[in-house]
Design a protein around this ligand. Structure first.
Ligand code: ATP
Ligand code: MG
Length: 367
């Protein structure tokens, strides 16, 4: 599943620094046989310690985690929706992204110029959001006359027109549709056809320095500023340095800036979640592997991620929860304790499911 987060933000806030750290990771992740990667896409592994345990239980030769991809998008400046800076070109790129990852400068370093003269996350976020909101307003204004006209003959279109007007009022109020939908003020399903940018899921990365990373009150304040969107705090420059170090030195450097895991890993998890994705696990002598599906996917859909024939030929899924398998230590023990379940085509996948599919076409997904 190739869903991507588009990285946006003001110029000179550390997008490239973050992105370079992300793409450096791509080299590490190069053992992905099916990952055809565009040059401007950064792949980050989704850390999952459960895979190492599965590899131990099944004596797997290798471990294949899921990945999250980020696309670098040009910096946005005030007036971008009117054609300033990269202007409308960036809008097309953002439209293609499945979620928006906004990088916000929270580090203070007088040597690094801020386009608006001072470090002020709240005002920076407002600049970016305003441009996205203005672009969405343009889209709605263009679409409304047609929606209203067609709505006179078609009840479904009339509902879309009604929702578009609601969205217009929300945007004019300076709110994003993503935030409004979270509080139940607008139904995004009825707006889907308009490809609005502020309707995409948002994630905020505060590019911080040590002072911010170790200041819980400050972080809480920034978190509240962007809620209900998720916030990730990292130091993009430190992240780049981490990639050069061995585990021990890396842990030491992280601890020095008050972090307990690399920011790129935190970002990968938050990005995955923001995209509405989850994983399920398979394991065998060849590999222990995490497969990416959407939250809410059924068992046949999940099987289809391994091979489209598995979805068509789906018969059943044999599933054991990772926690049970972990505790009991082997499939045989899990079976003996009645922990291995047979699930049918309506089963909705749960995070941590360890799965073997039975299909009518081939003998399933044991790898
Ligand atoms: N956490 C940080 N602490 C200190 N300096 C940083 C940090 N992150 C990035 N920088 C510095 O900020 C400057 C701008 O970073 P970068 O080029 O990544 O920004 P950008 O958002 O990609 O800018 P542009 O939109 O112009 O491409 C660089 O000199 C970089 O080293
Ligand atoms: Mg850059």
């Amino acid at each position: 599943m190739s869903l991507t987060l588009g990285i946006v933000g003001l110029p000179n806030v550390g997008k490239s620094t973050l992105f370079n750290a992300l793409t450096r990771n791509e080299v590490l992740a190069a053992n992905y046989p099916f990952a055809t990667i565009e040059p401007n896409v950064g792949l980050v592994e989704l850390p999952d310690p459960r895979l190492d345990r599965l590899a131990e239980i099944f004596d797997s030769e290798r471990v294949l985690p899921a990945t999250v991809s980020f696309v670098d998008i040009a910096g946005i400046v005030k007036g971008a929706s009117e054609g300033e800076g990269m202007g409308n070109a960036f809008l097309a790129n953002i439209r293609e992204a499945d979620a928006i990852c906004q990088v916000v400068r929270a580090f203070s370093d007088d040597n690094v110029i801020h386009v608006d003269g001072k470090v002020d996350p709240s005002s920076d976020i407002e600049v970016i959001n305003t441009e996205l909101i203005l672009a969405d307003l343009q889209t709605i204004e263009k679409a409304l006359p047609r929606l209203e006209k067609d709505g006179r003959k078609d009840k479904d279109v009339a509902a879309q027109a009604e929702e578009a007007k609601k969205a217009q009022a929300i945007l004019e109020d300076g709110r994003t549709l993503f935030a409004a939908a979270k509080s139940g003020d607008v139904d995004l399903a009825l707006l889907h056809h308009l490809h609005l940018m502020t309707a995409k899921p948002f994630l905020y990365v505060f590019n911080s320095d040590e002072d911010v990373l170790t200041d819980d009150a400050k972080k809480q304040e920034l978190r509240e500023l962007v809620a209900p969107a998720e916030a990730v705090f990292l130091d993009a420059q430190t992240e780049t340095e981490l990639l050069e170090l061995d585990d021990e030195d890396a842990a030491e450097l992280l601890a020095a800036v008050g972090q307990d895991e690399p920011g790129l890993q935190t970002l990968a998890k938050a990005g995955f979640d923001t995209l509405g994705l989850q994983t399920y696990l398979t394991a065998g002598p060849k590999e222990a592997r995490a497969w990416t599906i959407r939250k809410g996917d059924t068992a046949p859909k999940a099987a289809g991620v391994i091979h489209s024939d598995f979805e068509k030929g789906f018969i059943k899924a044999e599933i054991v929860a990772f926690d049970d398998l972990n505790e009991l230590g082997s499939m045989a023990e899990a079976r003996a304790h009645g922990k291995v379940r047979q699930e049918g085509k309506d089963y909705v996948m749960v995070d941590g499911d360890v799965v073997e599919f039975k299909t009518g076409l081939t003998s399933g997904a044991k790898r």
